[in-house]
Design a binder for this molecule. Structure first.
Ligand SMILES: Cc1cc2nc3c(=O)[nH]c(=O)nc-3n(C[C@H](O)[C@H](O)[C@H](O)COP(=O)(O)OP(=O)(O)OC[C@H]3O[C@@H](n4cnc5c(N)ncnc54)[C@H](O)[C@@H]3O)c2cc1C
Length: 326
């Protein structure tokens, strides 16, 4: 780690002031809990001229419930999210995912917005300045080549947030606010398959609210991840599953993955299982479909083939678990 560099710190108290400061201040970035941003600043990965600290914006700290569902402010901490009984009961995967982030200290500072907007990660990127410099940096930061796939022109850094896949299976939406207005979009739409630039939001847009729709709350959901250190670690592979069953037949199945693509991936073509009896053969087919859509690369010390098999196994196990529970 390097010493903390100089930067200006702004502490707005409302969303409008936050987005205005971000728009007016060249080289400014948002910081919420700072559990990822400050590490990146100290590693020289981020070199902000100013940080806009969101921790004093009251509107972002609230969880509001109405007829449409739960509306979770972006600065709500993961600890509060995980401990909310409404989230635990109606959006179980989201509560489980929040509990799976890093360890308890990170959860008490880390926020929903920071987790959803988490930068992508790679073995060749999340390193100290001297380490990256000795390796001529990489395409994602100051360099020209991707050390993971040196012949290619793409960055394969993996999105490794825990909450996004869980929110995706519940068809979550988010509010994005900029100096020019507010828009509500599906959470899936804020991500793109590009490790270098995985957030499909406008520069300076603030993620203000995570909406968990009530219409999606009735069915059981769950989340699990594999990691090197059980007490505190990013996922090597993670899956959230949501299942609507009628008798022993699948009505609708949703699975979303993390840490195996540059974005949280909602598994496609699962509708082929609608109306199908859920038995061992079908569970194997589901695992194969998940594995075929997971594209882990050499972005961690753990081999891609292993992460692909693990994510299929997790999705299979969780689908079986939900099916037995309902
Ligand atoms: C040792 C260690 C282990 C970790 N393990 C995990 C893990 O297992 N799973 C996991 O998911 N994460 C993990 N993290 C990363 C991090 O702690 C969490 O993702 C946390 O939720 C990030 O939230 P934050 O509020 O601290 O974000 P910050 O660090 O403040 O910000 C993260 C990014 O989000 C942007 N941002 C923050 N809020 C907003 C907003 N409202 N709108 C737009 N952009 C915003 C920031 O500009 C920054 O780019 C780990 C970190 C460490 C250091």
């Amino acid at each position: 780690m390097e010493l903390m560099p100089d930067f200006d710190l702004h502490r707005p108290t409302d969303v409008e002031e936050a987005v205005r400061l971000r728009a007016e201040t060249e080289g400014a970035l948002y910081v919420a809990g700072g559990t990822d941003m400050i590490v990146n600043v100290r590693r020289g990965i981020e070199q902000p001229a100013a940080l806009i600290d969101l921790s004093s914006v009251k509107e972002l700290q609230e969880i509001v419930e109405d007829d449409d569902g739960l509306h979770i402010g972006a600065a709500v901490t993961l600890e509060i999210l995980a401990g909310d009984t409404r989230v635990q009961e109606s959006f179980t995967a989201v509560a489980e995912a929040a509990t799976a982030v890093a360890g308890p200290t990170h959860q008490s500072y880390g926020t929903v917005g920071g987790n959803l907007c988490l930068d992508t990660r790679c073995l060749f990127y999340n390193q100290s300045e001297w380490w990256r410099k000795s390796n001529d940096y990489c395409m994602k930061e100051r360099g020209d080549i991707c050390h993971v796939a040196p012949g290619g022109k793409r960055c394969f850094a993996a999105f490794s947030g825990d909450v996004a896949p869980a929110a995706l299976v519940h068809k979550a939406e988010v509010d994005l606010v900029s100096a020019t207005g507010r828009r509500r979009v599906s959470l899936a739409d804020i991500y793109r398959n590009d490790g270098m630039n995985h957030l499909a939001i406008e520069p300076g847009e603030l993620l203000a609210v995570l909406h968990l729709p009530k219409a999606e709350s009735g069915q059981p959901s769950t989340y699990e991840k594999a990691r090197v250190r059980g007490s505190i670690d990013f996922p090597l592979a993670g899956a959230a599953v949501w299942l609507n069953q009628s008798g022993d037949k699948i009505e609708e199945l949703r699975i979303a993955l993390t840490a195996v693509n540059p974005y949280p991936h909602l598994v496609k073509n699962l509708d082929k299982f609608s109306g199908v009896k859920l038995d061992d053969n079908v569970l194997n087919e589901i695992a194969e479909m998940v594995q075929s859509q997971a594209k882990p690369m050499r972005t961690t010390t753990v081999k891609p083939w292993y992460r692909r098999r693990v994510v299929g196994a997790i999705a299979r196990r969780l689908t079986a678990k939900l099916s037995q529970a309902s």
